[in-house]
Design a protein around this ligand. Structure first.
Ligand SMILES: NC(=O)C1=CN([C@@H]2O[C@H](COP(=O)(O)OP(=O)(O)OC[C@H]3O[C@@H](n4cnc5c(N)ncnc54)[C@H](OP(=O)(O)O)[C@@H]3O)[C@@H](O)[C@H]2O)[C@@H](O)CC1
Ligand SMILES: Nc1ncnc2c1ncn2[C@@H]1O[C@H](COP(=O)(O)OP(=O)(O)O)[C@@H](O)[C@H]1O
Length: 295
């Protein structure tokens, strides 16, 4: 498997992404291509629902279903009438983007934990990060550096003891140290950890890791992480469906890295010679990024 332990040969490439991606065949129909179901967005962050749904559709999947705040549903449908509303059986789930973990209500927590009780793979983002331990199936958490403690605190990984684990210092230290932080978190969590940034680091509980550097600093703009979560859910759904649901947590490492590679490449394509981009621009460039993976 590409990636591994060597700091010098660990970067995820187009060829690695290609080994994970699946293109539709003559025999495919919408369900055989995979269904991803998202529980994203809220009254406070309605746009994140639209962005994650757009990311999912544009990464290429048979069906996208969405569940969430009724006021938000209209916005999702305005942008993507293809989206099916409500819960259904799915090949992968995305939860938490556009949800505020600090103000999350009991009903929302119940909905999230309900979806996480499925054996299907889950992408756990933003306001659901603290619920990762409730996942029954294999999962990926997708924090940025400011959110990593949401994952580490429930694991007792010492972020509350500044003498033992000065997390911010470790994350702003050298690359090797950041990789160590991500790897130790994945082992303790029993799930894949994808730490977003200019170097996006992905580690699995089994010790495998890789780094994705396909992006551009123009990606540092609100909502691009929501697009990434949706795209990752779509890629996990297609992979899971293609393997008859037989997907384990170690399989999710390369899947998460592939989503980050595509997303970074889409950002680079959208920014062209160096233009400001928005999160929707990134989602819209995902199909071109797929073409680049196969070039
Ligand atoms: N249009 C929409 O609907 C959008 C919806 N969104 C949704 O908003 C919700 C909140 O997401 P959020 O990332 O804004 O969390 P937030 O609580 O402010 O961060 C906590 C602290 O972390 C830090 N920090 C942040 N990034 C960092 C980094 N890369 N590297 C290092 N540190 C970083 C930063 O600390 P500071 O810089 O102040 O020291 C900040 O105070 C979430 O559900 C998301 O999906 C957004 O996607 C935007 C578009
Ligand atoms: N300087 C950078 N260079 C490359 N990619 C970046 C940079 N800053 C952020 N990104 C990427 O942009 C995305 C930002 O996601 P996130 O922080 O969750 O934003 P949001 O919460 O606004 O959606 C991630 O995919 C991250 O890897």
């Amino acid at each position: 498997m590409p990636g591994g332990h060597d700091l010098h040969s660990s970067e995820w490439t187009a060829a690695d992404a290609r080994s994970v991606l699946r293109t539709p065949t003559h025999d495919d129909y919408k369900y055989s291509r995979g269904t991803v179901s998202l529980l994203t967005g809220s009254g406070r962050y309605p746009g994140a629902a639209v962005l994650s749904v757009e990311g999912a559709w544009r990464a290429g999947v048979g069906m996208v279903t969405w569940l969430g705040d009724r006021r938000v549903a209209r916005l999702v449908l305005q942008r993507r009438p293809e989206t099916v509303m409500g819960t259904r059986a799915a090949d992968a789930f995305v939860v938490g983007s556009g949800i505020d973990g600090r103000t999350r209500g009991e009903e929302q927590t119940k909905l999230i934990t309900g979806l996480l009780s499925s054996p299907a793979p889950a992408i756990i983002d933003a306001g659901a990060l603290d619920l990762a331990s409730r996942a029954r199936g294999p999962f990926v958490v997708t924090p940025h550096a400011g959110e990593l403690q949401e994952v580490r605190i429930p694991l007792g990984l010492g972020v509350d003891d500044i003498e033992v684990d000065p997390l911010n210092e470790r994350l702003s230290g050298d690359f090797r140290e950041r990789v160590l932080v991500v790897r130790e978190t994945a082992v303790a969590l029993g799930g894949v950890v994808l730490l977003k940034g200019s170097d996006t680091i992905v580690a699995t509980p089994g010790g495998w890791w890789t780094v994705v550097r396909s992006g551009t600093p123009w990606l540092a703009t609100a909502g691009t992480g929501d697009v990434l979560a949706g795209a990752m859910g779509a890629i996990a759904a297609t992979a899971s469906r293609a393997r008859g649901g037989e997907i384990d947590v170690e399989d999710l490492g390369p899947i998460a890295a592939t989503a980050a590679w595509l997303h970074g490449t889409a950002g680079r394509i959208a920014a062209g010679p160096g233009m400001p981009i928005t999160a929707l621009d990134v989602a819209q460039s995902l199909p071109e990024a797929l073409v680049e993976a196969y070039a």
